[in-house]
Ligand binder design. Structure first.
Ligand SMILES: *Cc1c(COP(=O)(O)O)cnc(C)c1O
Length: 630
């Protein structure tokens, strides 16, 4: 159950004028603290406060610490409190009795874990309130580790308290946590203890009550769901509508033509298909499971399956494509493989398959990426590949790609250029999509087994160049039914200048041999991409996705670094799966869609998070010290 309207409670009032000013802002609840050690105590002054001046829509809450039932009932009767908030050691029985007279809010103090006794209070309170441990009741300014709320299994709505300021309040209410009913604002809104700043309170109330931008309407309302009678192949020249083609230097023409004809010859040949299928099964580890994510489904109120590409050998979907292309390279009698890599995953996949087939391997990698992904560099070297750091440009994927192409031009006869995503000149985008389409092929029969139907309502995938999304969408594109949704990396925000959201901010142009959407300035210069995830840090998108976007067959939504990092934490805590940051972008889509209980949603979990542990650990605050956040 998602609690729709959020409760805003302002706590710790004690001054008549200030109380009236805050009351005018009409929070849902106002709290008065009966606890002598607190600077906000009203035990002796409550009789002087003009409680009747508070608008009737605002519930007055008495906050007590280990007081007797008589005391509680007394203040309810004398001062007309609509609710009592209990701090201390009251029993469930105490709550049950008190609840006959007013609303009961049971407070729990915590830091890094939910208290074990929360479940005992299920059914005898109206709300729980989770506050930071180790502080006197009311207003210490300290926060607890909000991630523990993902572990809440109760059915009593709860409020979150403890050091919330404007931003934390809004962020918390954005978390997809069922039964989270609202926030408690206290010390961070004060001028002095007990005196609130009405302007600050007003700003937060206004923001919370405003419809959140990404919750407005249906972001997929323009999708065109029409059955078409063909799978998504480009035409003879590699065009998906107006996107695609092969824009290559004269010097590469013969190479690309050769690849085109060999690809055409083998892609449907039985012997090739068998060899490819065998390696996918025995070497890559396919089929990958389609896992029904129970707790994630509960969080979002629909049926969520994870396609576990993270369980492929080397930790991501990339190997599917590499095995296919490396087999083609053998058919073409090529003597060595060159590749480019961003996050290092494609480099590792290529180095892996080259080692297995005994082919020399050269991997170009942006210098910046070699630093961000040290372990993958070591893996490639261990696998016998030569890693060549690229120091030009932004020192990331696009520069590595330029260098790899340059090398290929200089060694056209003996070298196979192995592209890692559904980008580049025809036939690469089609070929990569086809090798990755094993993902949606498996989803179909796996879903039929589990749900009795082959086609899900949604398929969600992240989009860097677009290979895992292409593979996950492939066999659903013609059904006119499944909503296909891609997550592109918004970085620090679509309009921040630090983004990789090509569909949102890009325009048509030619990049790495294909006509597609890309991020460029007015002079047609490529704009550097930014994303916290190295694998999505690419200023273009494959032509198939440009076409899916253009025809509205698929929707593409931008996911910020922050949203992805939060989604990663959510999956780790709810399912015990640490996703790659790339894949976390796809998971973050769940928060943007209006999902129904009957909806079957498949999230393509493109890779695992081992490679990202350093980024995760730098990103998440460490709560052990419970630092004062001042
Ligand atoms: C490389 C990578 C991506 C992005 O590449 P696509 O071609 O868009 O799939 C996504 N997820 C993971 C885990 C990756 O390694």
């Amino acid at each position: 159950m998602r609690v729709q309207k959020k409760i805003i409670k302002v706590c710790g009032l004690k001054d008549p004028d200030n109380m009236r000013a805050v009351g005018m802002l009409r929070p849902d609840m106002m709290g008065f603290i009966f606890h002598r050690p607190s600077p906000r105590d009203v035990t002796d002054t409550i009789g002087d406060l003009p409680l009747l001046d508070i608008p009737a829509s605002v519930t007055r809450v008495a906050v007590v610490v280990d007081q007797s039932l008589e005391f509680c009932l007394g203040i309810v009767e004398r001062f007309g409190f609509g609710a009592i908030q209990l701090h201390g050691y009251q029993t469930p029985e105490f709550c049950r009795t008190l609840r006959k007279h007013c609303l009961v809010i049971k407070a729990f103090a915590l830091r890094n874990a939910l208290p074990v006794d929360v479940a005992d209070y299920e059914g005898c309170c109206d709300y729980f309130l989770f506050d930071t441990a180790g502080t006197a009741a009311g207003g210490s300014g300290m926060t607890f580790n909000h991630a523990v709320l993902y572990n809440y299994r109760g059915h009593t709505p709860f409020l979150v308290a403890g050091g919330l300021d404007h931003d934390t309040s809004l962020n918390i209410l954005d978390l997809p946590i069922p039964y989270m009913a609202g926030v408690d604002l206290n010390s961070r809104y004060e001028i002095t203890p007990g005196i609130k700043d009405p302007d600050r309170v007003n700003r937060t109330i206004t923001s919370i009550r405003q419809p959140r931008p990404h919750k407005q309407g249906n972001p997929l309302k323009n999708l065109r769901l029409q059955r078409v009678n063909q799978l998504p192949h480009p035409d003879e020249n590699g065009y998906y509508g107006e996107f695609g083609g092969a824009f290559i230097p004269e010097l590469l023409q013969a190479n690309v033509d050769e690849l085109k004809s060999v690809y055409k010859q083998y892609i449907n040949e039985e012997g090739f298909k068998n060899a490819f299928g065998q390696l996918l099964n025995d070497y890559v580890g396919r089929p990958t499971p389609l896992y029904y994510a129970l707790r994630l489904s509960e969080l979002f109120g629909c049926r969520i399956y994870l396609k576990r590409e993270d369980l492929c050998h080397t930790g991501a979907h990339k190997l599917n494509n590499v095995v296919g292309q490396a087999l083609l390279a053998q058919k073409m009698n090529k003597k060595q493989i060159v590749a480019e890599t961003g996050a290092g995953q494609h480099g590792v996949a290529t180095a892996t398959v080259c080692a297995m087939l005994g082919l020399p391997c050269r991997v170009f990698m942006g210098e910046k990426d070699t630093r961000r992904q040290k372990v993958n560099v070591l893996r490639m070297k261990m696998l016998g590949a030569e890693v060549i750091p690229v120091t030009s440009g932004s020192q990331t994927l696009k520069d590595a790609t330029n260098e790899a192409i340059r090398y290929w031009i200089n060694h056209p006869d003996d070298t196979y250029y192995l592209i890692g995503s559904s980008i580049g000149p025809h036939p690469y985008p089609d070929m990569v999509a086809r090798f990755q389409s094993v993902i949606s092929h498996e989803i179909k029969w796996q879903l039929a087994e589990k749900e009795g139907r082959q086609d899900p309502d949604y398929v969600l995938a992240c989009v860097g160049g677009g290979s895992n999304a292409a593979g996950a969408f492939f066999h659903f594109i013609d059904n006119g039914f499944t909503r296909l949704v891609g997550a592109e990396a918004a970085g620090k925000g679509v309009n921040s200048g630090h983004t990789a959201a090509t569909i949102s901010v890009g325009s048509q142009g030619v990049l790495h041999g294909t006509k597609t959407l890309l991020m460029q300035n007015a002079d047609g210069q490529i704009v550097e991409a930014h994303s916290i995830s190295a694998g999505l840090d690419y200023p273009g998108i494959g032509p198939m996705h440009a076409w899916l976007h253009h025809t509205s067959r698929a929707g593409f939504l931008a996911i910020t670094d922050t949203e992805a990092m939060e989604a990663a934490r959510m999956l780790s805590l709810t399912e015990g799966i640490i996703p790659a940051i790339e894949s976390a972008h796809a998971l973050a889509l769940l928060n943007k869609l209006s999902l129904k209980e009957t909806d079957v949603v498949v999230v393509n979990l493109s890779g695992r998070g081992d490679k990202d542990m350093e980024t995760y650990s730098e990103y998440y605050p460490h709560y052990e010290e419970n630092k004062q956040k001042q």
